[in-house]
Design a protein. Sequence first.
Length: 354
Amino acid sequence: MKKHNFSAGPCILPAEVMQKAAEAVLELDGIGLSLIEISHRSKEFVAVMEKARSLALELLNLEGKGYQALYLQGGASLQFAMVAYNLLENKAGYLNTGTWSDKALKEANIIGSGIEVASSKDKNYNYIPKGYTIPEGLDYLHLTSNNTIFGTQIKEFPKSDAPLVCDMSSDIFSRQLDFSKFDLIYAGAQKNMGPAGTTLVIVKEDLLGKVSRKIPSMLNYKTHISKDSMFNTPAVFPVYVSMLTLQWLKDLGGIDAIEEVNEKKAKLIYSEIDLNPLFKGFAAKEDRSNMNATFSLTDEKLKDTFDAMWKEAGINGLNGHRSVGGYRASMYNALTLESVGVLVDVMSDLERKA
Ligand code: PMP
């Protein structure tokens, strides 16, 4: 029996996507060859890449608005450097909301001058800073929309004259936003899209070409745009699976439809965390993430019992990140409301037993 997979990433993908991906590894669409043994220049794969790129823009409602979608390698971590390499001339602002923003800022400071606009490090990143002042004249302002480790999520994005760059690795395609407010969005595939190995970058073309430094070809967004995201061999399997997942999402009714489910899942878990005296939430209530719910036991003596109970219920991936401890229930798009229900039942069973 398939487990209820609450893993933080790589993580659960839709069952029908897994099935189709497995079939394509054996044979792609009746062509007598596997997806992973054909040229990336074949008409079959070129069509996959085109579809994956156009579906991303379509779902984010960014078609015809001057954006390009790219599927690059090097993970979201390489984007920390690429963003700075391509956009940082004088100074850039970083909102430091967790380990990943912190790393992005450090990387920017290798390349130029990154300014920490505000930080929630003082409370181990359990909230999203608010009411801070954004300096004038930034080349861009960098945000992390969802903090995977700490379970916080930006609900209201800051208003800024500077171009907005956002790491959406752990909540892309999970909620409706006006994506045209962002000038560059990036996200590792391994949460809401596909297997690890490709990173989606959505970039507004008129943002590029403004820095004076020379940029190595592979690190230059313009190179990848000019070659339709095929400058070198792309990660064919992760791109293919991402395409399937985006098609699955579109067939489901797009971001509006999945957001409704995601809200139900989040409500269900957070109300249990709040009502059950054996549990307490980690993140500030108003900043709670709909993707990653972080919580702990109020009495650590119950740990062994609780751990045995959720494992017995077929739940996987519930342990918190080492920098927070406790538990983290990651509820990405492919995780069903039913799976969250199973976890909530275990939590209330514990209360009954304790
Ligand atoms: N940003 C966020 C928000 C993440 O959650 C992660 C990884 N989970 C990263 C960046 C780093 O991604 P990668 O491992 O693809 O470099």
